[in-house]
Design a protein around this ligand. Structure first.
Ligand code: ZN
Length: 82
């Protein structure tokens, strides 16, 4: 599952995900209320929940084509394919 539209920058510090290729992106609920897309450092500062999951937050990794693929926090990701 890709994050659409692809986020360009961290909503908190403005870090360019393109320049920081390899940095994971977190789409997460914040203490202030609204969700946002954050770099890992900001995610740890602004997150409302300490863990990832549905209604809390998801972790994405940037692929070579620039799109973000979900790696943690969504329903069904823990299910192993037979
Ligand atoms: Zn940031």
């Amino acid at each position: 599952m890709f994050y659409i539209p692809t986020p360009e920058r961290c909503d908190n510090c403005g870090l360019s995900f393109k320049k920081a290729h390899g940095t994971p992106m977190f789409d997460a609920a914040t203490k202030r209320g609204p969700w946002g897309c954050f770099c890992e450092d900001c995610y740890k500062q602004v997150r409302k929940f300490d863990d990832l999951g549905v209604g809390k937050g998801q972790r994405y990794e940037r692929r070579d084509d620039g799109r973000f693929w979900i790696t943690e926090g969504a329903a069904g990701l823990d299910v192993k394919d037979a």
